[in-house]
Design a protein around this ligand. Structure first.
Ligand SMILES: Cc1cc2nc3c(=O)[nH]c(=O)nc-3n(C[C@H](O)[C@H](O)[C@H](O)COP(=O)(O)OP(=O)(O)OC[C@H]3O[C@@H](n4cnc5c(N)ncnc54)[C@H](O)[C@@H]3O)c2cc1C
Length: 493
């Protein structure tokens, strides 16, 4: 079987690029090893609940933004979305809640009340980063692949706003911590927890320009997707079919097929079949798996191999919970980022993200809401030390007990009105998506990863490309969608 473009993996990246290519008349075939598309965002169903594995942070659904751009090119309507402001509340260890809201007065008042010891500096930090974020967003509209563009294109992108341009150029090598001078330790932890969630790095390492975008974009407007992120995956799949593209589920790609000259010509499947690609092959696998599995180590340049060996990111431990409407009425927001202690910060134990389905879309039995709680987890511990399935279950159980205690300590208003439906470990993520060691959420937005120039769609092979959260600038689905659109444009130019 031959197609113009063969895409491996039906996560948001693979689905988006396939939907756009198919809509533009390209003969595209999307291969997915699971029985349904979605990857990380595929819904998890149990006991009448439908869980969105995502934590409800879905910005950039406004008119003119990335989803509007994508769906304006597709033959299907976008999933229904509705505003969800404040995007989230950050709950501090002393139980103070800071709403991360688009309402500037309310936001700044919240900062001043929560951080009286450095109110002016905290407000100034956000005001400065909002200016930088806006300038970067304008530049991204002029040059959508800004981070990977050459110097001349970057200057062109920044030119219309000279004041902000000079500020951006001056901050190019700054970490976020460089801009937190004069703020308190507590405020820095407040920023660290958000950056860990949004950029997989804390203020000490996180690139300042990226953190300006990450901290401000959700404030500009967060949305709930009716049906959660799985609904986006379903719409994209529907679009591929409507445009005449092909999705083959339950189809595992084994490795790329090469001709005698070493040119990649298609994909060999686990079943023994070969699917050839006349124009391009797109991998929606992680960076590690694209090289380690698809391209194959024999075809991977030594330099890339070395870099990948040293590159790590986080996994997640998830609680899937059922919450009664009574408890829902007692929480300040459906999305709460809890900072559980601020001394000796450690992403695994210092924070968690609580995300309840909205009242208008409970995804649960009558009187209940589906809730996903995300904690970060070092992936190695889930793969290295367990010798048997029992040991794995024991570890899962002790992690659950720990998380359950931390949840109730940080959110005492939940009381007994919440119950555990299931859990997911990095091993679950691996089983569902085959992502190396179950690592999720993209690469840390630090100079180490940005300088490696991994955040683009290219590979070492000229007709093989990448989409997904380890090729985009940022791990959220908006960034993945943006990068997938860039690739679709490149392939149809
Ligand atoms: C718990 C959690 C909460 C999150 N919350 C949010 C949020 O609130 N907001 C947000 O914007 N983002 C969120 N994210 C991030 C976001 O969901 C992911 O970054 C994004 O969905 C990743 O998409 P992807 O395109 O990289 O592909 P993936 O989702 O990794 O999909 C890759 C696909 O490839 C398939 N595959 C793998 N190997 C093969 C093979 N050999 N052959 C065929 N198919 C194969 C897999 O089965 C999978 O379907 C969250 C992530 C997690 C884990």
């Amino acid at each position: 079987m031959t197609h113009e473009v063969v895409v491996v993996g039906a996560g948001i990246g693979g689905l988006t690029v396939s939907a756009l290519l198919a809509a533009h008349g390209v003969d595209v075939c999307l291969l997915e090893r699971q029985s349904r598309p979605g990857g990380c965002v595929a819904a998890f169903e149990k006991f009448g609940y439908t869980f969105d594995p995502g934590v409800g942070l879905y910005p950039l659904w406004q008119a003119g933004e990335i989803y509007d751009q994508v769906f304006s090119e597709l033959p299907v309507a976008a999933p229904e979305v509705f505003p969800a402001d404040p995007a989230y509340h950050v709950r501090l260890p002393d139980q103070a809640d800071v709403p991360i809201t688009a309402n500037i007065e309310q936001f700044e008042a919240g900062l001043a009340a929560a951080f009286p010891e450095c109110a002016d500096q905290a407000v100034a930090f956000y005001q400065d980063s909002a200016v930088v974020s806006e300038a970067l967003r304008k530049a991204l509209r002029r040059v959508p692949n800004l981070h990977a563009a050459g110097t001349l294109r970057q200057i062109y992108a920044l030119l219309p706003d000279l004041v902000s341009a000079s500020r951006i150029i001056k901050s190019k090598h700054d970490t976020t911590l460089d801009h937190l001078a004069g703020t308190s330790f507590r405020f820095r932890r407040f920023i660290d927890a958000q950056l860990q969630l949004l950029a997989q790095a804390t203020s000490q390492d996180c690139d300042y320009l990226y953190s300006s975008l990450a901290l401000n974009i959700p404030r500009l407007g967060n949305f709930s997707i009716l049906g959660g992120a799985p609904a986006l995956a379903e719409k994209l799949a529907e679009s591929i079919k409507a445009s005449g593209g092909r999705i083959r589920c339950d189809t595992t790609a084994l490795r790329l097929a090469y001709d005698a000259t070493g040119q990649a010509i298609g994909v060999d499947l686990l079943s023994g079949e070969r699917v050839t690609a006349s124009k391009a092959i797109v991998s929606n696998l992680t960076l590690w798996d694209t090289y380690g599995k698809l391209i194959g180590l024999n075809h991977t340049p030594t330099e890339i191999r070395k870099r990948l060996n040293n590159l790590r990111t986080w996994g997640v431990y998830l609680l899937y919970l059922g919450m009664s409407e009574t408890a829902a009425s007692r929480i300040p927001n459906n999305r709460i980022l809890a900072v559980t202690h601020d001394r000796d910060y450690d992403p695994e134990s210092s924070q968690f993200m609580f995300a309840a389905a909205p009242a208008a879309d409970t995804r649960a039995p009558e009187g209940k809401r589906a809730v996903t709680v995300l904690t970060f987890s070092d992936v190695d511990q889930w793969f290295t030390f367990q010798e048997s399935e029992e040991q794995n279950e024991e570890k899962d159980q002790s992690e659950l007990e720990l998380c359950w205690r931390r949840l109730h300590q940080a959110m005492p208003e939940l009381g007994g009105d919440i119950e555990v439906i299931d859990t997911a470990t990095p091993r679950t993520t691996y089983d569902l998506t085959r992502r190396k060691l179950g690592m999720v959420g993209g690469l840390a937005q630090t100079f180490a990863t940005v300088d490696l120039n991994f955040m683009n769609c290219e590979t070492s092979l000229s007709n093989v490309f990448r989409v997904g959260d380890t090729s985009s600038m940022g791990g959220g689905i908006a960034a993945v969608t943006h990068a997938a659109r860039l690739l679709a444009n490149q392939l149809t130019d």
